[in-house]
Design a protein around this ligand. Structure first.
Ligand code: FAD
Ligand code: NAI
Length: 467
C-alpha cells in the first residue's frame, strides 16, 4: 500500500498550493483529484476562464466604442464568438497544464479519482473505471472546494438556465440575459455578455448590490454599471422560470412580498452563491464535524475534530476566494512541518474584475460602525487624478478608513480602472500595521493612478494636494 506524509483531496488553489508547499518542506505528498484536469473551480470553470472572457469582451467594447474618440479609426468590430471562447479555453489549458507541471517538478503523486476519507491515516481513491485503492498517510487535507448554490424550483440545464459554468460557454450571445444575484459572478459575467451585445437585467434579493463590499463603493459602482446599460431590480426575487416556452418566462416578486411581474429572457444565469462540497468524502462516517452551513469546522490551525484531518479553502468558513484558499494551503503545510503557518484574515484583498474594477481590503464603513470603532475617512476621486484625466477614465474613487486614535489603516475601498492591481500596496500596508500617514509619506510615481491612493491617505489628515 502506498504511504505518504500528506494526502490532499482536491487540486484547486487550496489543494495544489498546499501540496507544493508541503513538498518544498520535504514531505512525501499525493493529491487526489476527481476531475480530469487539475486546478479546481478556479482554473477550470472560475477565475481563469471568467477573466479571459472579461479581458476579451472589454477589448471588444473598447474597439467598438472608445477608439474613435481617441482618433483611432477602425471598422466596427465583429464578434467571432467561437474564437473568443477558444481564447478562453486556451487560457484554461495553459493554466491547468501548469499545475500538472508543478506537481511533477515537486515530485507530487497525483491520483485521478474520487477521494474518500476512511478515518485517520487512510484515503480511498475510486477511479473512473470503478477500481478502488487505499493509500496510507500521516495527514489528510480536505480541499474539496465549493459548488453552485441552486435556487429551489429552478432547474439549471446549463444551456438556457445556466450557472456560472454554462455562462462561460454560451454558444450564442443571448438577446436578453436575466441574472439572478448581484454578487461577484452576476456582475462579472453579466458585464461580459452585455459587452458582447446582450440586454442584461440583474435581479437581487437585497436592496443593494455586492453585499459585503463597502456600501458607498457599491452604490457608485451600481450607477456606473447602469450607465453602461445594465438594469437592476433590487429587493426582488425570481420565484420560477418557465422553460417550456421558446422565450424563458421568469416570475419576479418583491422580496418583501407583493405583485409578481413576468420578465422574458433567452438565458437565465443563477448566481446566488456557492455551497461547500462535502458529499461522498466519507466525512460523516469519519466523524468530521460540519457547521450549520455544511462547511467543515476547523480550529485556527485548520485541524478538524478528527486527528490528522485538516481542511482549507472554500469548504471551510471565510470568503470564497482563490488567494484565501492558497494562503490557507501554505499555512497548513507549514503547520504540518512544525512551522508557524498563519493567515491574516484582516488583510485579504477582494477584487471584482469588471470595468471599472472594484477592490477592497479590510473593514468596510458598515463593519466599523457596527463594531463601534471610531474611524476617520479619507477619499479621493479619480476625476482629480492626472493619469485618469489624461486617459479620460475618471470614474470612481479611493477611500481610506483609519482608526481615529492611532491612524492605523483598517480598510481601503476603491472603484476605478486597474484598482485590482492598486489594492495591494494597501494590503501590504495593513499587513505591516501601517497608518494612513505612512502611506501618505510614501513617494508615488507620477503620473499614475496609484497617486489617488496616496491622495486618499493624505485626505485622512485633510491635506490632499490635488483637490
Ligand atoms: P476548488 O477550486 O473548488 O477545488 C476543489 C477541487 O476538489 C476540485 O477540483 C474538485 O474536483 C476536487 N474534489 C472535490 N471533491 C473531491 C473528491 N471527493 N475527490 C477528489 N477530488 C475532489 N476567486 C478569486 O479569488 N478570484 C476570482 O477572480 C474568482 N473568480 C471566480 C469565478 C467563478 C465563475 C467562480 C465560480 C469562482 C470564482 N472564484 C474566484 C472563486 C474561486 O474559484 C474559489 O474560491 C477557489 O477555487 C477555491 O479553491 P479550493 O481549492 O478551495 O476549491
Ligand atoms: P455572491 O455571494 O457573491 O452573490 C450572490 C448574490 O445573490 C448576493 O447578492 C445575494 O444577496 C443574491 N441572492 C441570493 N439569493 C437570491 C435570490 N433568491 N434571488 C435574488 N438574489 C439572490 O455569490 P456569487 O456571485 O454566486 O459568487 C460565488 C462566490 O464566488 C463569491 O462568494 C465570490 O467570493 C466568488 N467569486 C469571486 C470572484 C472574484 O474574486 N472576482 C469572481 C466570481 C466569484
Amino acid at each position: 500500500m502506498a504511504s505518504y506524509d500528506l494526502v490532499v483531496i482536491g487540486s484547486g488553489p487550496g489543494g495544489y498550493v498546499c501540496a507544493i508547499r508541503a513538498a518544498q518542506l520535504g514531505m512525501k505528498v499525493a493529491v487526489v483529484e476527481k476531475w480530469s484536469t487539475f486546478g479546481g473551480t478556479c482554473l477550470n470553470i472560475g477565475c481563469i476562464p471568467s477573466k479571459a472572457l472579461l479581458y476579451a469582451s472589454e477589448l471588444f467594447e473598447e474597439a467598438g466604442h472608445k477608439f474613435d474618440k481617441m482618433g483611432i479609426k477602425v471598422s466596427k468590430p465583429e464578434l467571432d464568438l467561437p474564437t473568443l471562447l477558444k481564447f478562453k479555453d486556451q487560457a484554461v489549458d495553459g493554466n491547468v497544464k501548469g499545475v500538472a507541471f508543478l506537481f511533477k517538478k515537486n515530485k507530487i503523486e497525483a491520483f485521478q479519482g474520487v477521494g474518500r476519507v476512511l478515518g485517520t491515516g487512510r484515503v480511498e481513491v475510486k477511479a473512473a473505471d470503478g477500481k478502488t485503492q487505499v493509500v496510507e498517510t500521516k495527514n489528510i487535507v480536505i480541499a474539496s472546494g465549493s459548488d453552485v448554490a441552486k435556487l429551489k424550483g429552478i432547474e439549471i440545464d446549463e444551456k438556457r438556465v445556466v450557472s456560472s459554468e454554462g455562462a462561460l460557454k454560451l454558444g450564442k450571445v443571448p438577446a436578453k440575459l436575466l441574472v439572478i444575484g448581484a454578487g461577484v459572478i452576476g456582475l462579472e459575467l453579466g458585464s461580459v455578455w452585455r459587452r458582447l451585445g446582450a440586454e442584461v437585467t440583474v435581479v437581487e434579493f437585497l436592496d443593494r448590490i455586492l453585499p459585503g463590499m463597502d456600501g458607498e463603493v457599491a452604490r457608485q459602482f451600481q450607477r456606473i454599471l447602469e450607465k453602461q446599460g445594465i438594469t437592476f431590480k433590487l429587493g426582488a426575487k425570481v420565484t420560477s422560470v418557465d422553460a417550456s416556452v421558446k422565450l424563458l418566462k421568469a416570475q419576479i416578486e418583491p422580496a418583501a412580498g407583493g405583485a409578481a411581474q413576468t420578465l422574458d429572457a433567452d438565458v437565465v444565469l443563477v448566481a446566488i452563491g456557492r455551497v461547500p462540497v462535502t458529499d461522498g468524502l466519507g466525512l460523516k462516517e469519519a466523524g468530521v464535524a460540519l457547521d450549520n452551513r455544511g462547511r467543515v469546522v476547523v480550529d485556527p490551525h485548520f485541524a478538524t475534530n478528527v486527528a490528522g484531518i485538516y481542511a482549507i479553502g472554500d469548504v471551510i468558513a471565510g470568503p470564497l476566494l482563490a488567494h484565501k484558499a492558497e494562503d490557507e494551503g501554505v499555512a497548513v503545510a507549514e503547520i504540518l512541518a512544525g512551522q508557524a503557518g498563519h493567515v491574516n484574515y484582516d488583510a485579504i484583498p477582494a477584487v471584482v474584475y469588471t470595468s471599472p474594477e472594484v477592490a477592497s481590503v479590510g473593514k468596510t464603513e458598515e463593519e466599523l460602525k457596527q463594531a463601534g470603532i471610531a474611524y476617520n475617512v479619507g477619499k479621493f476621486p479619480f476625476t482629480a487624478n492626472g493619469r485618469a484625466k489624461s486617459n479620460q477614465a475618471t470614474d470612481g474613487f479611493v477611500k481610506f478608513l483609519a482608526d481615529a486614535k492611532t491612524d492605523r489603516v483598517l480598510g481601503v475601498h476603491m472603484v476605478g480602472v486597474e484598482v485590482g492591481e492598486m489594492i495591494h500596496e494597501c494590503a501590504v500596508l495593513m499587513e505591516f500595521g501601517g497608518s494612513a500617514e505612512d502611506l501618505a509619506r510614501t513617494c508615488h510615481a507620477h503620473p499614475t493612478r496609484s497617486e489617488a491612493v496616496k491622495e486618499a491617505a493624505l485626505a485622512v489628515g485633510k491635506r490632499s494636494i490635488h483637490i
